[in-house]
Design a protein around this ligand. Structure first.
Ligand SMILES: [Mn+2]
Length: 315
């Protein structure tokens, strides 16, 4: 496709390249922004991998060149490429870059770049990068392959989501040929759990409340639970997913108390569009995964009652 070639032409022209992704990066954001680093270095470019968030999530520290990610912007940039970021404000940049390529797979992307490559049917932004490399006959070194593969694993819930199709597996298979060891990535992602996280899960699971004939489940995380267990914010990431895994549940909702108010994370299984509910409360996301913050509200029961009314409509 023309745009895949056009993007590579811009990369070839530029000397100083800035790779960025959204704040509070997940596996796809960080994997994507790190994936081009070895290739661009090999081409002789000056490359900065930027993320506004510090510290970065520890569970991704095995990604090649993780230690190259900086929260300081370089003096000179000819080309900025953003990854996995639906809107400009989530990049954590103060000024618009001189030339920006926006590569993403969120259908809600606001096309804030000078070139925008948005592929909503791709399972991860890293899969879009893979296609760009293939379209331009670029060899994929192992360091790049690990980043693309990790992003694919994390954004598909280990190849479980509706976004997973033949192309995803073909991409994964090719990345293994390029040097990825799937068991290494799995061990790094899923076999380095923290005791504080398990202790937090135990406390949070005590609060599970089912309603709407079991189709909706709520789970709560209070500041007190975090303090007692020594858990960090990253430790709360997957709680809502495991609550969704309950047999009758269509929508799982986690309520987490923080300084601003109550953060809600919504996950659905088969049919409910939770992005609508998140949007109603000033947040956003995908159909199956979305979130919002109810600012200035610290009453769990009140928020639950409000959400129950919304959720009744969609389950
Ligand atoms: Mn993504």
């Amino acid at each position: 496709m023309e745009i895949y070639k056009q993007i590579w032409d811009e990369i070839k022209k530029a000397d100083n390249i800035l790779l960025i992704a959204h704040i509070n990066p997940d596996g796809d954001a960080l994997g994507s922004e790190l994936s081009l680093y070895p290739i661009l270095k090999r081409m002789g470019k000056k490359v900065t991998v930027f993320n506004a968030t510090k510290p970065l999530p520890e569970y991704l520290d095995f990604l090649p060149n993780f230690d190259k990610v900086t929260n300081k912007l370089p003096k000179k940039t000819d080309l900025t490429i953003s990854f996995d970021c639906g809107s400009f404000d989530r990049l954590g940049l103060e000024e618009k870059p001189s030339f920006l390529i926006n590569i993403d797979h969120h259908i809600s992307n606001t096309n804030y770049g000078d070139i925008n490559l948005i592929e909503p049917n791709h399972a991860s932004t890293s899969q879009v990068i893979y296609d760009i490399l293939k379209a331009n006959n670029i060899d994929i070194p192992a360091d790049t392959a690990v980043c693309i593969y990790t992003a694919l694993v994390t954004d598909t819930g280990s190849f479980q989501y509706e976004s997973v199709n033949d192309k995803v597996f073909e991409c994964a298979a090719d990345l293994v040929r390029c040097g990825v060891k799937p068991d290494f990535v799995s061990k790094m992602l899923f076999q380095r759990d923290r005791l504080s996280r398990l202790r937090l899960l135990a406390k949070a699971y005590e609060t599970i409340e089912m309603c709407c004939e079991g189709k909706v489940a709520f789970v709560e995380v209070t500041k007190e639970m975090m303090e007692i267990t020594g858990a960090i914010k990253d430790d709360t990431d997957t709680i809502v997913n495991s609550v969704r895994a309950l047999a009758p549940v269509e929508v799982a909702c986690m309520l987490r108390e923080d300084d601003e108010g109550i953060k809600i994370s919504l996950r659905s299984k088969n049919y409910a569009d939770v992005s609508k509910i998140a949007q109603k409360h000033g947040g956003g996301g995908h159909i199956r995964a979305a979130g919002a913050t109810i600012k200035g509200e610290f009453d769990f029961e009140k928020v639950k009652e409000m959400l129950k009314k919304d959720l009744k409509e969609i389950v």
